[in-house]
Ligand binder design. Structure first.
Ligand code: PLP
Length: 451
């Protein structure tokens, strides 16, 4: 047990964790991890867990990538830091910009670097407002986003996001509006998926029309909503969203912070769903999570306007394009490319993972299994045909998560959804082990509820 160790005491005494109930965590043990290898994490007592969350959706290549470590340490030895503010930058920063452009869809030839996904989404707002100012359309200010979206934690990114719990704790931006998420399991009713996808996308058109096209700047969304519970939209959804954005002259921003770098089976989720965004947010897996790096890929449509007129874009971070982070990013992209990690995973381990997880659909407390590529969720429900909660307050989902962790599998619960997004470098035996540990957690929970 972690109990009474000095690290635990220090943690409780000094560290305010993100997204944590400060009162509760002082009363409970915190897991403290000290080591990781391949797809496994280990706590101080040596207990091993399969990391079914790839860190925080970021270690897509797992924890044993010496080429990334080496790139970081070589960079620290040659040039540990220099800035990009003074009409200057570093060699690796430029090379990383080029590496990103090379793997991105054709419309993207520019990148703005940040340290995180949150800052990248703040940057999106600044870039888009500047774009419309330069175009002589300064009234186009409103961003439309979705309920359940997660775009980060700064005031701006949290406003874009659709978590009411976050909105309650601060005053959000006045120019952000939200529409529904394409969650067929909870909202679909009797509609088939295709019809439901169109209906939810139409909410965007209605919202733009209500606000006035001349006031709306952009729509931002995750190709698959991640932290909101892995909401995979019906196939009809994205083409309709894309059509509405073009028809009404508003920019489309794909937040690729979770989907990017292979998670959906392509470099970017927008490619998997077949739409062409004007801006793409990235972070997390761009460095395999080994260094903090984020940014915005900017399409020619936007970049051409931003660079046509003079005048400074008054925005940037000390660590924008940090050389150690860029070195990690170049090494990560090299591995993904040279080892054909995404193509190989898309051909084998991703379909295997999805198929094996779907065998759990017949489990008496699983209502739905959804997912794509290397990201999935199981909806915990009273029985496998009815959309009935197993227990009030999503206690069923919370219990499955706790049992999974106790039995050596790190997963996350979002309401009653059990979310898993393992590294894409795992093999079939490791997927089998993940499923076996998850099944134990489901069985324990079912038994607890007398099922
Ligand atoms: N966008 C999405 C889709 C995310 O999932 C996250 C983080 O989970 C963010 C943005 C925020 O990124 P960061 O935590 O690096 O600020």
């Amino acid at each position: 047990s972690h109990n009474n160790t000095s690290l635990n005491t220090l943690d409780k005494t000094h560290f305010l964790h993100p997204f944590t109930d400060f009162k509760e965590y002082k009363a409970t043990d915190t897991a403290i991890y000290t080591k990781a290898e391949h797809i496994y994490i280990y706590d101080e007592a040596g207990k091993e867990l399969i990391d079914g969350m790839s860190g925080l959706w970021c270690c897509n290549l797992g924890y044993s990538q010496p080429k990334i470590n080496e790139a970081i340490s070589n960079q620290l030895n040659s040039l540990p830091f220099y800035n990009s503010f003074f009409q200057c930058t570093t060699d690796v920063t430029v090379k990383m910009a080029k590496a990103l452009v090379d793997i991105s869809p054709a419309q993207f030839n520019h990148v703005f670097f940040t340290n995180s996904g949150s800052e990248a989404n703040d940057t999106n707002i600044r870039l888009v407002h500047r774009y419309y100012d330069l175009l002589g359309k300064p009234s186009k200010k409103i961003f439309i986003s979705r309920h359940g979206a997660y775009h980060g934690s700064t005031i701006a990114a949290g406003s874009l996001g659709g978590f009411s719990g976050m909105h309650k704790q601060y005053t959000g931006l006045s120019y952000v509006e939200h529409i529904g998420q394409p969650n067929w399991f909870t909202e679909g009713g009797d509609m088939d998926k295709a019809e439901f996808g169109i209906k939810v996308a139409q909410e965007l058109a209605a919202k733009i029309d209500e606000l006035g096209e001349e006031n709306v700047a952009a729509f931002i969304a995750e190709p698959i909503q991640g932290a909101g519970g892995v909401i995979v939209p019906p196939e009809t959804y994205w083409p309709e969203i894309s059509r509405i954005c073009k028809e009404r002259d508003i920019l489309l921003i794909s937040d690729e912070v979770i989907c990017g770098f292979g998670r959906t089976g392509d470099w970017f989720g927008a490619q998997t769903f077949g739409f062409e965004p004007d801006l793409m947010t990235f972070a997390k897996a761009v460095t395999n999570g080994y260094q903090p790096l984020g940014g915005v890929l900017v399409s020619d449509k936007v970049a051409d306007v931003l660079s046509a007129d003079g005048g400074e874009f008054t925005h940037g971070f000390t660590y924008s394009g940090h050389p150690a982070a860029c070195a990690a990013g170049i090494a990560t992209i090299d591995i993904l490319k040279n080892d054909k990690v995404i193509e190989n995973a898309a051909a084998d381990i991703m379909p295997y993972f999805q198929a094996q997880l779907r065998t759990l659909e017949s489990h008496p407390i699983v209502g739905e299994v959804r997912g794509m590529g290397m990201v999935a969720a199981l909806e915990i429900a009273k029985n496998n045909s009815a959309k009935e909660r197993l227990a009030p307050d999503c206690a069923g989902g919370a219990m499955v998560k706790t049992h999974a962790i106790n039995h050596g599998l790190m997963v996350r619960s979002v309401g009653d959804a059990i979310v898993t997004a393992p590294p894409m470098v795992c093999n079939r035996e490791e997927i089998d082990l993940l499923i076996a540990r998850l099944t134990i957690a489901l069985d324990y929970t079912a038994k607890h509820y007398g099922i």
